[in-house]
Write a protein that binds this ligand. Structure first.
Ligand code: NAP
Length: 282
């Protein structure tokens, strides 16, 4: 496991020095790991979510180990909250150089039974929130004339689906679509827009999958048989990929959808019941 101390960076090479980065969904799961990694890499971070107590706890942990952080209560589906988040970040640090749209919701329900309310909730949080926060931050980056980097945390669901996730699939595909449009429109302003698509990660979703399985061992066996690397993605690994996309080392990358999935979306089939025969020519 990667340590989260902001004091220690073995080679003292900070990828995100002097940058200010907004991370949504920073109250738990991937957002916590992303925010802590950004802070450890030298960034001032604005932590956004609805759970104020959890945000305050993370802010105190980061500032307590020498990092810079503010906590801003924000429902990403609310335009007024998004504007407030940008204003508070600029008031605290003077600029915005990076945005991670990580806040997300999902549920499992057959396509034929999804209601309008359920559709709107997922679309409002996952798609509308990331669209308009990207717009607000891009305007700020252009006004500063500093350039910037926007990272959308999407999913392997931008590649293929599993049954019961139709609004989530629509939202995550939508994130890829508008990000490509934004990437080409903003390139001349040195604002990059990329999508990072995780595979199955060790967050609360994993606990939910285990709870629904006959046992943790059975759940692990099933999922490992569908993931070429035969393991889950750790939140710290997503955070490292995210820091790369936020930092100057990825300066030529924009409009990409990077699969952080341990090979999951590269295989056509998995779990063969017998050994593959060598097939020579046709
Ligand atoms: P999680 O543990 O469920 O955390 C979701 C985060 O989103 C929380 O911080 C939550 O904070 C925030 N959030 C939800 N609704 C919000 C709203 N209306 N306004 C502001 N914040 C809101 O999720 P996770 O597993 O860390 O996943 C993070 C992102 O990665 C999501 O976009 C998800 O789709 C994507 N992803 C995850 C996996 C995985 O295996 N975990 C795989 C692929 C993609 P509050 O409740 O405090 O608001």
């Amino acid at each position: 496991m990667v340590s989260h101390s902001c004091k220690t960076n073995p080679k003292n090479i900070m990828q995100l020095n002097d940058k200010t980065i907004i991370v949504t969904g920073a109250s738990k799961g991937l957002g916590v790991a992303i925010a802590e990694t950004c802070a450890r890499e030298g960034a001032a971070v604005a932590l956004a979510a609805r759970s104020e107590a959890k945000l305050a706890e993370l802010r105190d942990r980061i500032t307590g180990s020498g990092g810079r952080a503010i906590a801003v209560r924000c429902d990403v589906s609310c335009m007024a909250d998004l504007r407030r988040l940008v204003e508070k970040t600029v008031a605290a640090y003077g600029a915005i150089h990076g945005l991670v749209n990580n806040a997300g919701v999902n549920f499992v329900k057959p396509f034929l039974t999804v209601t309008e309310e359920e559709w709107e909730h997922v679309i409002d949080v996952d798609l509308k929130g990331s669209f308009f926060l990207s717009q607000l931050c891009a305007r700020q980056m252009i006004a500063q004339n500093t350039g910037g980097s926007i990272v959308q945390i999407a999913s392997v669901h931008t590649h293929a689906s599993v049954a019961g996730a139709s609004p989530y699939d629509a939202a995550k595909h939508g994130m890829v679509g508008f990000s490509k449009a934004a990437a080409i429109e903003l390139a001349k302003h040195r604002v990059r827009v990329n999508v990072l698509s995780p595979g199955l990660c060790r967050t609360e979703i994993w606990n939910a999958l285990v709870a629904a399985a006959p046992s943790e061992a059975e759940c692990t066996r099933y999922w490992n048989s569908n993931i070429p690397a035969e393991r889950l993605v750790e939140p710290e690994e997503i955070a490292q990929a995210c820091a790369f996309l936020l930092g100057d080392r990825s300066s030529c990358i924009t409009g990409a959808n990077l699969m952080a999935d341990l090979g999951m979306t590269s295989q056509l089939v998995s779990g063969e019941p017998y050994k593959s025969k060598e097939i020579v020519g046709a």
